[in-house]
Design a protein around this ligand. Structure first.
Ligand SMILES: [Zn+2]
Ligand SMILES: [Zn+2]
Length: 244
């Protein structure tokens, strides 16, 4: 099914010469996924695609100008709503089946996709019983393994597998610039370790690995971006809470 277009649904902000932050301002910050568009000389990357209420590709001009590879940091509904609009999608093997068959349980839509997630309801209102994520066609999705590299021509990212929040959560690590796109593994807000497919032991291991990264800047799956000090503080607080 084709999603309706609404150019007013999304807002965009340039945060670096090649990085644009796209978000859905009507959605409450706790539920509002950060969508990252990284332009490259050779190819563009999109990290996550929002809630899928309105066409991302047709509503944001910069996403229809050039071919875009759409990466899923993981397969929760707030991150994969518009992946089906893109010809080339990448997800960790543990989350890839959810893009093909996005059930309300595996995407967590059954738990979180309610009218509560809006500060301002979408045009036409919101009916939770009708809400669903469109499946991505199997020939559009390829697995993205830990350790793989993604190059835009200007930046090179290593794929970090960071299970815990969900089994196939990944981050993209630009080691040369110390920039981390972290999905829901780490962001500056309440981290969720109690989903039905969360694993706290794995989450602790992922945080210990993150602690060793020489990070300068983090662009997370939710809330504002942050620097090294906040990054280390979030990790310490997480480990103090869970690693007893
Ligand atoms: Zn999530
Ligand atoms: Zn999320």
């Amino acid at each position: 099914m084709k999603l309706p277009t609404d150019s007013g649904w999304y807002e965009t902000k340039k945060v670096d010469t090649d990085i644009t932050w796209i978000y859905e301002p009507a959605i409450n910050p706790f539920f509002r996924c950060n969508i990252w568009h990284i332009k490259g000389r050779d190819r563009d990357l999109l990290i996550d695609s929002g809630s899928g209420l309105f066409s991302l590709r047709a509503s944001v001009d910069s996403l229809s100008e050039r071919p875009v590879t759409a990466v899923a940091s993981h397969a929760h509904f707030d991150h994969i709503g518009c992946h089906h609009e893109f010809d080339h999608c990448l997800a960790h093997p543990a989350e890839l089946p959810v893009l093909l068959e996005p059930s309300a349980r595996e995407t967590l839509a059954d738990r979180y996709a309610t009218a509560e997630m809006f500060d301002r309801l979408p045009p036409g209102g919101f009916d939770a019983s009708q809400y669903h994520i469109e499946p991505t066609a199997a020939d559009r999705v390829k697995p993205l393994e830990a350790g793989a590299r993604l190059d835009t021509g200007n930046r090179s990212f290593e794929v970090l597998h960071l299970p815990g929040h969900s089994p196939g959560s990944i981050a993209l690590w630009d080691e040369r610039n110390g920039v981390l796109f972290s999905g829901d593994a780490i962001y500056d807000g309440e981290l969720l370790a109690d989903n039905h497919h969360s694993d706290i032991g794995e989450y602790i291991d992922s945080m210990r690995r993150l602690q060793e990264l020489p990070v300068n800047q983090v662009h997370g799956g939710h809330f504002d971006s942050f620097g090294r000090d906040v990054y280390q503080q979030i990790i310490r607080e997480f480990l103090d809470t869970y690693d007893r």
